[in-house]
Design a protein around this ligand. Structure first.
Ligand SMILES: [Zn+2]
Length: 67
């Protein structure tokens, strides 16, 4: 797997939407490729921040019939 493949799959990887084989290839690549690793860390930070904001937003509660 090359850098381009890894970067294309990073968001799916963060969402847990890749096969075990693919995940292992990504992890192996990240372990040996500093540029992709920092890209991964930047995306993962953003994703976590967005998820936290969605959790805190009272307009996005999962119960549609509340009230
Ligand atoms: Zn790379």
């Amino acid at each position: 797997m090359n850098c381009r493949d890894v970067r294309a799959l990073l968001s799916c990887y963060l969402d847990g939407e890749v096969d075990d084989t693919v995940r292992q290839s990504i992890e192996a690549h990240l372990a040996g490729c500093a540029p992709c690793k920092s890209e991964f860390e930047a995306i993962s930070k953003t994703v976590r921040m967005i998820r936290r904001l969605q959790d805190l937003d009272p307009g996005k509660k999962p119960e549609p019939f509340a009230g």
